[in-house]
Design a binder for this molecule. Structure first.
Ligand code: UT7
Length: 332
């Protein structure tokens, strides 16, 4: 019998801008403190992309360039680029097409995918389907978010939370029983009023009135989102463990979306996982939306071993949420 094709992650690149916005600087912008932000969210600093006319694609393209250099893959070999983002450079053309152009991926077709904070998981499942079809050999999944472009630095309830980053992951086929092995993804649509950007889309274009009302920035009812994030992320992650007979002993890593340290801790607690099996870097980057999970994988890459069982888990606007089961494919 012919072996099934699986999609394996074969490399990761990332780029975070140089400028660091720390809690001390934020405390001068709004009525907040390092103590409040650290105890309620767990963030110390976030990276911000400065400079006029620079969109998310700048970080996405730098991440792709690093990925290609690290893996030794030539730009001509890439078949497809998928870019997850809630902060596209423009509503059109796609940010994926701009990244493909900037990184000279001449033989790839490219499109954007919007799954908010669950975007990386949605992107992984999409890329996996293209690879498993047998028709695509090298798919690049870019996650590029310039959250600072939609953050109101006069709103203390949202401005401490978000940061900017770009990541790029390469997916390729394998006949081994490794790679992206399962995904359990959800969308319910009821979450819109609790976490969204009111203006700037076709329902409410960002005209002078919308801008005056500050409707072109992120709006969030944090407490409501928090409750749902904990129950959904924990539920789907525990479900994935049970389905694949993974135990706190056999699971190598939980790779959670980094929105709030308390959400991460609660998810790990429900999974009975000790802290040393949970990837956490929220303190240094904040919430970079769809880039949080690949940013963790990039930082922990050297510690990952072929055959390690990982659960990636996220929750975000929509609401969207899910868990992905990955058997890591390579030793660094
Ligand atoms: O990634 C996509 C999904 N998003 C999430 O998962 C985020 C989920 N939500 C959260 O992480 C948390 O709800 C927040 C971090 C956004 C807020 O934390 P919280 O513990 O839920 O605080 P809260 O909104 O209940 O506010 C508590 C108090 C309020 O004051 P009063 O009404 O009790 O007097 C706020 O005005 O804290 C106040 N507050 C602040 N104080 C100092 C809110 N923001 C700040 C601030 N500094 N930055």
């Amino acid at each position: 019998m012919e072996n099934k094709i699986h999609a394996q992650i074969t490399g990761i690149g990332a780029y975070v801008p140089d400028y660091i916005l720390d809690n001390e600087e934020l405390s001068r912008l709004v009525d907040t403190s390092d103590e409040w932000i650290m105890s309620r969210v767990g963030i110390k600093e976030r990276h911000i992309l400065k400079g006029t006319g620079k969109g998310a694609s700048v970080m996405g393209a730098k991440a792709v360039d690093q990925l290609l250099e690290k893996t030794g893959v030539s730009p001509d070999e890439i078949d497809l680029v998928i870019c997850t983002t809630v902060t596209p450079d423009h509503l059109f053309p796609s940010t994926a097409s701009i990244v493909a152009y900037e990184s000279k991926l001449k033989n790839a077709w490219a499109f954007d995918l919007l799954g908010a904070c669950s975007g990386f998981l949605y992107g992984i499942e999409t890329a996996r389907s293209f690879i498993e079809s047998g028709r695509y050999k090298k798919v690049v999944l870019v996650s590029a978010e310039k959250m600072s472009s939609i953050t109101n630095y006069e709103d203390r309830t949202t401005c401490p939370l978000f940061g900017d980053a770009g990541t790029a992951v390469l997916l390729e086929p394998t006949s081994e029983e490794i790679g992206v092995l399962d995904a359990d993804l959800h969308t319910d649509g009821m979450g819109k009023p609790y976490l969204y950007r009111k203006a700037g889309g076709s329902a409410h274009p960002a005209h002078a009135k919308e801008v005056a009302n500050i409707d072109h920035y992120i709006y969030q009812e944090g407490r409501f989102v928090f409750k749902h994030a904990v129950s959904k992320m924990a539920g789907v992650s525990v479900g994935m463990m049970k389905k694949h007979n993974l135990t706190p002993e056999t699971l190598a890593w939980l790779v959670p979306h980094q929105a709030n340290l308390r959400i991460i801790d609660a998810t790990a607690h429900h999974m009975n996982l000790p802290p040393e099996k949970v990837m956490i870097n929220i303190e240094r980057y904040g919430n970079t939306t769809s880039a949080t999970i690949p940013l963790c994988l990039w930082e922990w890459e050297k510690q990952l071993k072929k055959g390690d069982d990982l659960i990636l888990s996220a929750f975000g606007a929509g609401f969207t949420w899910g868990a992905v089961y990955v058997k890591w494919a390579y030793d660094s």
